[in-house]
Design a protein around this ligand. Structure first.
Ligand SMILES: *Cc1c(COP(=O)(O)O)cnc(C)c1O
Length: 467
């Protein structure tokens, strides 16, 4: 039927039109209203135009969707989107996603998708080596950082309670506890909930003035829980906190975890990209002591969503955690790993192709140039903000800049108003956060399109908003 597969000529024509739309979207990035405002009612009225009883032509439908996306999306691909690590995707990544959809390899079993499975494993091994893991490492692409972090808890619980795999929580006769800094990502709450240990099993370790996890406080909490008969199963260090880019003291946290035989996970969801730069890699010293690491390719590696990665030095534990076999799945091939037996997902999209194509063509130097460029843009921003009498609140080598007005450091409403004004201008997007109880305006550099001019634009908008 032609609606499933139009003629080859028709496909070529439509794809040519779409490629024009994709390129025009990139060209328009600087002039888009970064955060258009549209209400849910307006949007639903627009959607009422669509009626499955009366199908549209492909051209009409594509144009309609592109218009709606343009009007009702925060444009994370704008060079003045200083947002939540949602990057401008690389061009090769857009190509990779298109090809992945066209070939649609089934990545559950190796034998169905040998090329795709090996390309993903090649990437996992490559990143594992950059982390400092040996060749017993393994891992998988995930939907994002939250799934990768959940994977870490699955492994930690499986290691701590061997009977868990058969008997479930009934096998857990001692309270499991998980430790992460007060500045860690809040997905840990959901993960603890759905893994069955409960949100109350999570210890948010206080941070020092510099917002790093306090290792003495961590050790004290570990000791106290042990004395009360609890079992520390997982200690998480965050390398690049979501709010402020803070790196917990990785080697010291590793030591504390080791002393209590707890699994040590490094959540490097966005800053983990820095393993690709020799210069920035030094800020992650100690990451090689992790039992597992989360790196989100859809953050600082400039991939479209969703592309997370879970990488562990314990291949056997990974295989034990997700072990399964069925008669309806093809049998395994010698010396290969079936992704469905080594990851949380079953049927799975070829997530890795976009990163493979990007790394293959940009090379590691392409990436390290980009990452280092972003950190220079952040330095520029810190400098310009300081010159304009803003106070920088976080110390990080990574491109997240948190700041406030030194005259009103505790006035959250005031800072919120400044953020609202900047966003309402349509010229840039920034956000507000809270650092150790104080309001902070937050700007991250995550688009490869961001230049010194864009930094200047942001500083000017902030200056005007303050007046
Ligand atoms: C973004 C982030 C996560 C969650 O990752 P998703 O890709 O959104 O699922 C976890 N940890 C940190 C430190 C993050 O920045």
């Amino acid at each position: 039927m032609t609606w499933l597969e139009p003629s080859s000529d028709e496909q070529r024509r439509t794809l040519a039109r779409v490629s024009e739309l994709v390129v025009s979207h990139a060209e328009a990035a600087r002039s888009l209203t970064v955060a258009p405002s549209i209400t849910a009612d307006e949007l639903r009225a627009r959607l009422d135009q669509v009626d499955p009883e009366q199908p549209w032509s492909a051209d009409e439908a594509i144009d309609w969707c592109v218009d709606l996306l343009t009007e009702a999306t925060v444009h994370t691909t704008s060079p003045t989107y200083f947002g939540l690590f949602n990057p401008t995707p690389t061009f090769m990544a857009i190509i990779g996603d298109l090809l992945a959809a066209a070939f649609n390899p089934q990545l559950a079993v190796w034998s169905h998708a040998p090329a795709a499975a090996e390309m993903e494993m090649w990437l996992v091994r490559y990143l594992a080596r950059r982390i400092g893991f040996d060749d017993r490492s393994a891992g998988s692409f995930t939907s994002g950082g939250a799934e990768a972090n959940a994977t870490a808890l699955h492994l930690a619980l499986t290691r701590a309670f061997p009977a868990l795999s058969e008997e479930g929580l009934r096998a857990v006769d001692i309270d499991p506890v998980v430790y992460a800094s007060a500045e860690s990502h809040h997905a840990w709450l959901k993960i603890a909930h759905v893994c069955g240990i409960g949100r109350g099993a999570l210890r948010f370790v206080p941070v020092e003035d510099d917002l790093q996890m306090s290792v003495p406080a961590l050790r004290e909490m570990l000791d106290r829980d042990r004395r009360r008969g609890r079992r520390p199963v997982l200690v998480v260090a965050t390398a690049g906190t979501t709010s402020a880019g803070i790196i917990d003291p990785l080697a010291e946290v590793a030591g504390a975890a080791r002393d209590h035989e707890a699994f040590f996970h490094v959540d490097a969801a966005w800053a983990g990209a820095a393993v690709l730069s020799d210069r920035l890699r030094t800020h992650l010293d100690g990451i090689d002591q992790a039992d597992s690491v989360t790196i989100d390719a859809h953050k600082w590696l400039s991939m479209p969503m969703g592309a997370g990665m879970f990488i562990t030095r314990h291949r056997d534990l990974l295989l034990e955690t997700y072990r399964v076999s069925t008669t309806y799945m093809p049998s395994p091939v010698d010396a290969t790993i079936d992704p469905y037996t080594s990851s949380n997902q079953w049927s799975r999209r070829f997530i890795g192709l976009k990163l493979f194509l990007t790394l293959m063509t940009a090379g590691r130097s392409g990436y390290s140039d980009q990452l280092e460029h972003d950190t220079r843009m952040a330095d520029l921003l810190r400098h310009a903000l300081t010159a304009d009498r803003w106070q920088i609140l976080n110390r990080t080598p990574f491109p997240t800049v948190c700041f406030s007005d030194p005259d009103k450091p505790d006035d959250a409403d005031y800072h919120q108003r400044i953020v609202d004004r900047v966003v309402a201008s349509g010229r840039a997007w920034i956000s507000i956060t809270n650092l150790a109880g104080r309001p902070a305006i937050r700007a991250c550099i995550t688009s490869h399109r961001t230049t010194a001019d864009d930094i200047e634009t942001l500083v000017r908008l902030l200056h005007d908003a303050r007046r």
